[in-house]
Design a protein around this ligand. Structure first.
Ligand SMILES: CC(C)(COP(=O)(O)OP(=O)(O)OC[C@H]1O[C@@H](n2cnc3c(N)ncnc32)[C@H](O)[C@@H]1OP(=O)(O)O)[C@@H](O)C(=O)NCCC(=O)NCCS
Length: 147
């Protein structure tokens, strides 16, 4: 079931992100970037975002298996599926559901890890950008889709 995020989900939300950063995204990004991203990954930071975006979770048997959010201006963020359950359609379901809540051009900054997934789901590469966290740079792909 896909439902809206509740405050009590904040820890599970962070845990899925943490697990992905350590087990999946670490294959494509240097350790120092992963470490900096992990430092920001705190429930209090997630709770600060509630008012600025739509946040959804994929829940099964009371466990949160995936997360996604969409800002008011149409940016997809925080799409993460538990690593052991990836490639089973959960990411696609989360993306399709959140797309339905928006009319216009959706955009996102895809990690190298997720670029092919977004292409399969109709997103077009616009250009590559260099993002920065605490002065450390890393590559992301700016992608868009009209919905
Ligand atoms: C990217 C991610 C959200 C995709 O979720 P998922 O549940 O594994 O993907 P799905 O099973 O819904 O895949 C949907 C389609 O994309 C394809 N796909 C998924 N991951 C892919 C990959 N790494 N390479 C190529 N194709 C991929 C699937 O084959 C599927 O194609 P189909 O519809 O033709 O069968 C998930 O792998 C993830 O959490 N990755 C790590 C975190 C991350 O980088 N998140 C994005 C931050 S920008």
């Amino acid at each position: 079931m896909i439902r809206e995020f509740q405050k009590s989900d904040a820890e599970a939300w962070c845990n899925i992100r943490k697990q992905n950063l350590l087990e999946v995204n670490s294959k494509n990004y240097p350790q120092e970037i992963i470490t900096l991203l992990l430092c920001q990954n705190k429930p209090e930071n997630v709770l600060k975002k509630i008012k600025t975006r739509l946040m959804l979770v994929y829940e099964k048997e009371k466990k949160i298996l995936g997360t996604i959010s969409l800002t008011k201006d149409g940016e997809i963020k925080n799409l993460f599926v538990k690593p052991e359950l990836q490639r089973k359609g959960i990411g696609k379901k989360l993306l399709k559901t959140i797309e339905k809540s928006f009319e216009g051009k959706i955009f996102l900054y895809a990690s190298t890890t997720a670029q092919k997934f977004y292409e399969k789901n109709g997103y077009k590469k616009e250009h590559e950008e260099v993002d920065e966290i605490n002065g450390k740079q890393y590559k992301v792909m700016f992608m868009t889709k009209q919905v």
